[in-house]
Design a protein around this ligand. Sequence first.
Ligand SMILES: [Zn+2]
Length: 354
Amino acid sequence: MLTAKHMASLLMIALIVPNSIQTLGNNPIVSEDIKELSLLPYNERVESKSSHVFFGEVKSIECKIINTNQGKMIVSYARVEINKYNKGDGPDEVIVSYYGGEVGDFGQAHFYNPGNLIRLEEGKEYKIYSNKLQKKANEYSTYYVETTEKELQSESPSIHNVLFQQPKHGIVSVDETEGQGFAFFGWHYHEDDFPVTYRINEDGTSDCWGEKTAIENAFETWEDEHNDYVEFIRLGDTDRELDMGDGYNVFDFEYNSSVSWAGHCVLNYNANTYQILEWDIELNDMWIWYAGAFPYCYDVRSVSTHEAGHTLGLQDLTEEENDLETMYYTSELFDVTQRTLHDGDLDGLAYVYP
Ligand SMILES: [Zn+2]
């Protein structure tokens, strides 16, 4: 038991350290604002941080390649006709930008955890959570959308995935509404691409110990459940960070003030063949990481196992009936159930890599 004196000194340490956490021994101390935030359901958390939330129909989409300090990124710009503002106010038509899309044979997908892959389609209607860009008159960035069909039909709004059907080279995309406990849009490695190598950024996280081994275990979980050609090899640590197009698969912890996500996987693929070319993963050090289950902390291995599933081409699941699968769209704090693969995850692995 901690004495009152100990508690007071722990509090002092937490106050003088600028980060929201101080690791003492092996027990992280979590700040009150992180606790408060983590108690909100995901869509409320995102809504509270969005300047504008609206319903609108996508009229057209244009994708561009931009060079950033995180490498080559594809940004899509959708022209959206707004039916109703739920939060904030603005013009009847806006441009909504988001990461990911296809330009020529260069394709890029961004998976946020929690969150869904954003792939808007022309002619469809969405509920869009966004932030107005300061320097642009009518441009809004979004990192989260919901399709509206379900919301309009049911009294209790439920998060619904953006479904996308695009058969590529004999591989037919599978969406979860067909009853499988996995979703797959076609991104995949070829058998002779294995083993896939990756590196972990040398800095890891200061939140806990054992995070690099936890990441390695996460990739091994997929490998062990396949038992054949699916194989990952962890190479030596690196000072590289998220940098798309550098030819390295890198796993890194980075601080990002966006509370909407804890994990982010970016995948580059050939837009003609859907073959996976490169990926990077970042875990958001705004949250508290722990190699194990601890209150208000994310388990490194659980979230990493989910992210590793994306590197194999598996998509997030958003139907509540799939909430026990590791590829379910949100990882929970203080939870280690995504360390292992569940029936749908295993079916997905076997489907993509027969
Ligand atoms: Zn995900």
